[in-house]
Design a protein around this ligand. Structure first.
Ligand code: HEC
Ligand code: HEC
Length: 447
């Protein structure tokens, strides 16, 4: 007995030395807080919290210096201000801004302004009001720059323009920020087409103004084409736009590859979009795009290997990454789906309908290399072929209910979740009856 105890003590001691903090973890009650050693040494929560706060502010407000493009070069600020306020043309009133899908952050409005808007005492058809909102940093994803006289001198965009919306709690398009939600109302092409000087874009895409306008007008709300200035493909073989839907930027922790076609990780896309799409000043490198046959514009413009000094992007990637991973997919509102049907749908999802082969709960994408060939999901390979991996990334399905507008799949080809289920029913020859299809849809709405 005594020997056994000595052996046990030695083993325990050896384990404790090899795993400092370890044994106490195993001994712990599941519900008790983690041992202090984790909080202080291995996981510095203050550090993580600070980084998430920084990431939030970068996501919402950082232009990465892209005002040098949108303002200084394209002169977009002049189109926003309008001739009456030192710019050109009619200007962009708040009502026009809301009509192209821009959103207003109610928390940035002082109480007296909120009251005046409620009382109808603020002219929402006057571009001067837009300038006042921009000075308050109230237009989500748009940052105005002003001189000391109050004239607008430039304008930049932030991640939030495409990946935030508001809860409409004050008025349609005006409310509290919802970071990470895809803005499916935003007409990116229409906004860009307002630029008084489109020459830099024509040069980048190697097209004339008429072609540029045709392309920008073809996108429509909720869509953007981040590959256009790499491969020059504006339209699919069927003549429809090659632009894709803006996806949500929440619920991504644990997901390996990102973008509809799985180009890379979250920080990959963040560098890609900040430097080569938003035209921020930073560094971006991807040798795979140095392929003149597949990505002629990336090679011509050198956008597979961009080096800017100063670099206003790279140092922000860690905090920006952590912030996105920390954004949970929002839960569906109570009463928004039929719970009994959803429970039956869950069993179908993992069983007869075989969805969980790829959308593995609770991640809802494939843990590992989450890419599939077009024919596995019975669609064309046009968009997949534009990516280095030639595939489609299994969409993580959480929070589907937040982006029903614009449809589903990368291009919104399925208007409703029932259309998606019908597609799989025929693609996989599932033989689902109407009730089963409805149950699956209710389950998808519950995620
Ligand atoms: C002009 C609109 C626009 C802007 C600005 C923009 N994005 Fe995106 N974002 C998109 C589109 C469109 C995609 C999908 C691209 C694709 O698959 O080709 C995307 C993809 C993503 C994804 C991948 C989501 C997933 O499920 O894989 C994340 C994360 C993301 N964006 C975050 C950001 C961050 C952070 C910024 C700022 C640095 C940003 N985006 C700027 C439109 C935008
Ligand atoms: C072979 C792997 C695979 C299987 C099995 C599969 N999916 Fe998918 N799913 C994908 C891929 C890949 C995409 C992305 C398609 C695209 O980008 O156009 C996707 C997209 C979706 C979307 C659209 C998400 C969005 O944001 O638009 C829904 C909804 C969906 N799947 C539900 C299901 C359901 C329900 C089943 C079972 C009936 C299922 N999937 C089975 C791979 C799969």
């Amino acid at each position: 007995m005594k020997n056994r105890l000595i052996i046990f003590s030695v083993v325990f001691l050896a384990f404790a030395i090899a795993h400092p903090g370890g044994p106490s973890l195993y001994a712990q009650d599941k519900n008790s807080p983690p041992p202090a050693v984790f909080a202080n040494d291995l996981l510095n929560l203050t550090f993580a919290q600070d980084m998430i706060e920084q990431g939030k502010s970068i996501f919402r407000f950082d232009t990465f210096g892209d005002e040098a493009f949108w303002g200084d070069q394209l002169q977009l600020h002049k189109a926003i201000a309008g001739a009456a306020n030192g710019g050109v043309g009619p200007g962009v009133s708040p009502n026009t801004a809301l009509a192209v899908g821009l959103k207003v952050d109610v928390d940035a409005l002082p109480a007296d302004l909120r009251n005046s808007i409620k009382a109808g005492a603020v002219n929402l058809d006057d571009p001067a009001t837009t300038l006042a909102l921009l000075k308050l940093d109230a237009v989500v994803g748009i940052k105005g720059f002003f001189d000391e006289k109050g004239s607008m001198t430039s304008v930049g965009i932030t991640c939030a323009i495409c990946h935030s919306t508001v809860d409409n709690s004050f008025a349609p398009g005006i409310g509290k920020r919802l970071d990470g939600w895809a803005n499916r109302d935003l007409n990116v092409g229409k906004i860009i087409s307002l630029a008084p000087n489109k020459a830099p874009l024509e040069q980048e895409l190697n097209v004339d103004e008429a072609t540029l306008l045709t392309v920008l007008n073809s996108w429509g709300p909720g869509k953007f084409d981040a590959l256009l200035n790499k491969d020059g493909k504006a339209f699919r073989p069927d003549g429809k736009t090659a632009a894709v839907l803006i996806p949500p930027a929440f619920g991504l922790a644990g997901v390996n590859l990102h973008m509809w076609t799985g180009f890379g990780s979250v920080p990959y896309w963040n560098a890609y979009v900040a430097v080569t799409e938003m035209h921020g000043l930073g560094t971006f490198f991807d040798e795979r795009l140095n392929d003149p046959a597949k990505y002629p514009l990336a090679v011509r413009n050198g956008t597979w290997n961009v080096r800017n000094t100063p670099d206003l992007v790279t140092s922000k990637l860690p905090a920006l990454h952590l912030y996105q991973l920390a954004l949970p997919a929002p839960k569906p509102p109570t009463g928004s789906f039929d719970e009994a049907a959803a429970a039956r749908g869950k069993a179908l999802f993992t069983g007869k309908a075989t969805c969980a082969r790829c959308h593995v709960p609770t991640l809802y994408t494939d843990p590992g290399h989450n890419i599939h060939k077009a024919d596995e999901i019975c669609i064309d390979s046009f968009q997949a072929d534009r990516s280095p991996d030639l595939g489609y990334r299994t969409s993580p399905l959480k929070g589907l209910w937040t982006h029903t507008k614009g449809g589903f799949y990368h291009d919104g080809r399925f208007a409703t979740l029932l259309d998606v289920v019908n597609h799989y029913d025929s693609c996989f020859s599932l033989g689902l009856n109407d009730q089963e299809k409805n149950d699956l849809v209710e389950y998808l709405k519950s995620l």
